[in-house]
Design a binder for this molecule. Structure first.
Ligand SMILES: [Zn+2]
Length: 253
């Protein structure tokens, strides 16, 4: 009888080099490239959204603060599918006034929330807004995303739910901006979806990923019984452990 062998694991080829050297270098270069600063970082995040998230094609939006042009940010256009957004479609807005600085398309209808967050929280470098499935389910039943797993320790003690407001309004923008904090990096809007922030759009998407995954775990666990929630001390210890996690330990707050 012929011996059965497990297939050899696939080796990712040049991927480690790409991720560890080429990608960071390209990001730094593109971040400061005149007239495109931050736009490529935003497009990279957008491509990941289309890969991973169960969300309608044109729902949600993302933005990246420009470092090369003070007090401005790039934001995705209104009504254009994630997979169709290109560099020329991004719209640049003023952080102070919300006016369009450059771009030919209309900005996302949630531009007021993005502007409010950037103007209130100078440390925020990127924002993602999604109608991802499980975060939206919890928003519909008005339950915050709880720390049922240490995976979301980086985002905060929990992801609170702010009361429903019509999308695109100043009232919604104010609610979201005043709830976001350095230790509350995501918020659910009742009957709507999720806002997540970070140092960049890519970092904000990572926070959104962590929230969405935890929301799914919490939702599925709740179908069986009331899940145990981590204590503040347990979360604090998890944050300490994350500081030395992975190949590029970074500080988190
Ligand atoms: Zn929305």
């Amino acid at each position: 009888m012929a011996e059965r062998r497990l297939p050899k694991p696939k080796v990712a080829g040049s991927r480690p080099v790409f991720r560890s050297i080429l990608l960071p270098t390209a990001r730094i270069f593109l971040l400061y490239l005149p007239n495109t600063g931050g736009a490529f970082v935003l497009l990279t995040a957008i491509s990941r959204i289309t890969e991973h998230h169960k969300t309608f094609a044109t729902s949600g939006n993302a933005s990246e603060r420009r470092l090369d042009v003070p007090h401005t940010f790039w934001i995705t256009p209104s009504g254009v599918g994630w997979s169709d957004i290109g560099l020329a479609d991004l719209v640049m807005l003023s952080v102070q006034t919300g006016e369009v600085v450059s771009g030919t398309l209309r900005p996302s209808t949630e531009w007021r929330a993005h502007q409010a967050i950037y103007s209130t929280h100078p440390w925020v470098g990127g924002i993602v807004h999604l109608h991802s499935l499980y975060a939206t389910i919890l928003s519909v039943i008005g339950i915050p995303v709880l720390p049922v797993h240490y995976q979301m320790a980086r985002v905060g003690d929990q992801v609170p739910v702010v009361p429903y407001q019509t999308f695109g309004t100043t009232a919604l923008a104010r609610r979201v901006a005043e709830t976001i904090a350095s230790d509350t990096r995501a918020v659910l809007i009742e009957n709507h979806g999720l806002f997540a922030v970070g140092d960049s759009a890519d970092d904000a998407l990572r926070a959104a990923d962590e929230v969405e995954w935890t929301a799914e775990v919490q939702y599925r666990a709740m179908l069986v019984k009331s899940p145990r929630v981590l204590t503040r001390d347990e979360l604090s210890e998890a944050r300490d452990a994350f500081r030395t996690y992975g190949q590029n330990p970074t500080s988190i707050s």
